[in-house]
Design a protein around this ligand. Structure first.
Ligand code: UD1
Length: 429
């Protein structure tokens, strides 16, 4: 297994190109199930999760062609992916594949909408909490599907097709909103999704669906109104920049100090993160090419933050913020309101000398003057990158084990950081 070694203490200066958003690319790839024509996606990040979803979609019979890098194209540009689901060969998404990546469960809605049936493995356990799928299933039932659970699989049927419905979610779920939206676009009649998640990735999917001929109003709001159509066509769509990757490198630069341009970042998707960084004493400038982060000697100030659905502070940046606050000049309070058990990074940060106390859903982070490098273990995607942030400021050597978690969501992390002067090396296992 690969490991990442960081020798802390270097400031970061330079440019980090921001890749396409993993959490937009995955549902956009799934959207291709809805049309027999070709969906062409550009700016697709090169990530383990994308490759895994390719395998899952190929299993349903989708033809996928990834255009190689063209001469002169710089390494940061994402892939161009052509996906064609002329016919759906198989409506089963097997346990062996779905259990490796939760988002693959989202094929349920489009398969039902296109084929009137789907058999999708329940995603199973997850390191950051129980993460049920009850809201996905209720939404499909409201759209007229019959749902049964047999042998760990969701068996969904809508023999006469899906029917428009009024869906009101009790809580905000990104995945359930994607599922309801992708199913409703081909349902017969009108659908309203109330209390929809308004994350930018959902807006990106909705905009792509509109290019394909879907009729959707209220895009980027918490109420989506959809008028079902009988078929969708192909389209060409570019994946939005990754706001979580942006927030992560912003915190890397804030932690290490220096001056870094996050090229192609979309500041409009990052309001809450930018506010918190400024409160912490880090300079953030929104510029034409992206977002510029700089900190030259100023102390890091503690902050009080609750995670929340968009436009609140994203849970996917919580671990990274905690790493940053380990070296603030006082006590920060970070409350996780989206997922239970999303504090696995706390024990690992403590190995580097962080002083963090957990009280239920709240972490009290007492800033320390010094972190010291140690062996640590990546436990999930965002937790592992928080260890990178801490390692950038820790004295001596930090060795991060099990970095396959990082490869699920961060494209060439060690190259992007090294190019700005960090001492980060991948050691192949
Ligand atoms: C997506 C993101 C993930 C992010 C999360 C919250 C992708 C691929 N993943 O995950 O990176 O951390 O949004 O922003 O985009 N819930 C239920 N029942 C359900 C569905 C969800 O109770 O049927 C709960 C979850 O347990 C959680 C909360 O709702 O407590 C939010 O989860 P959700 O927004 O659905 O997360 P994901 O879509 O899995």
């Amino acid at each position: 297994m690969d490991r990442i070694r960081i020798r802390g203490g270097n400031r970061l200066n330079g440019t980090i190109p921001i890749s396409g958003a993993k959490n937009a690319a995955l549902p956009l790839m799934i959207v291709s199930l809805l049309t027999p024509e070709t969906l062409t996606l550009s700016n697709v990040p090169r990530l383990a999760d994308v490759r895994l979803l390719q395998r899952i979609l190929q299993n349903h019979g989708i033809d996928i062609m990834v255009a190689g890098k063209r001469p002169g194209q710089n390494g940061a540009a994402g892939d161009v992916m052509h996906l064609t689901a002329r016919e759906i060969a198989d409506t089963t998404a097997p346990y062996e594949l779905v259990s490796k990546m939760r988002a693959s469960f989202w094929v349920l809605g489009p398969l039902l909408a296109r084929c009137g049936e789907a058999r999708v493995s329940l995603p199973g356990g997850c390191a950051i909490g129980t993460r049920p799928v009850d809201m996905h299933l209720t939404a499909m039932e409201q759209l007229g599907a019959e749902i049964a659970i047999e042998g760990g699989y969701v068996i969904a049927r809508a023999r006469k097709g899906l029917k428009g419905a009024h869906i009101r979610f009790d809580k905000v779920s990104v995945g359930a909103t994607h599922a309801a939206l992708m199913a409703a676009v081909l349902a017969d009649g009108d659908t309203v999704i109330e209390n929809a998640a308004a994350e930018p990735e959902i807006g990106d999917v909705a905009e792509c669906l509109v290019k394909m001929g879907a009729r959707i109003e209220g895009i980027h709001s918490t109420e989506l109104r959809i008028r079902g159509v009988t078929s969708l066509s192909g389209a060409t769509h570019s994946v939005i920049p990754d706001r979580i990757e942006t927030g992560t490198y912003a915190m890397c630069a804030g932690m290490a100090g220096g001056d870094v341009l996050l090229k192609d970042a979309n500041a409009g998707h990052l309001g809450a993160v930018i506010d918190v960084m400024r409160q912490a004493g880090i300079d953030v400038d929104v510029v034409n090419e992206g977002v510029r982060i700089h900190r030259n000697g100023a102390a890091l100030r503690p902050v009080t933050v609750d995670t929340a659905p968009f436009p609140g502070f994203p849970t996917d940046c919580q671990a990274q913020l905690m790493a940053l606050m380990t070296m603030a000049t006082g006590t920060s309070t970070i409350r996780e309101t989206i997922f239970e058990n999303r504090f696995m990074h706390v024990q690992e940060l403590a190995r580097l000398g962080a002083d963090i106390h957990l009280h239920g859903d709240t972490a009290e982070v007492r800033g320390v003057r010094k972190l010291t490098g140690a062996q640590v273990m990546a436990t999930d995607l965002r937790a592992s990158v928080s260890l990178v942030i801490a390692g950038l400021a820790a004295a001596g050597e930090t060795m991060i084990n099990r970095v396959y978690h990082l490869d699920r969501g961060f494209e060439t992390l060690e190259e992007k950081l090294s190019a700005c002067g960090a001492d980060v090396t991948r050691i192949s296992g």
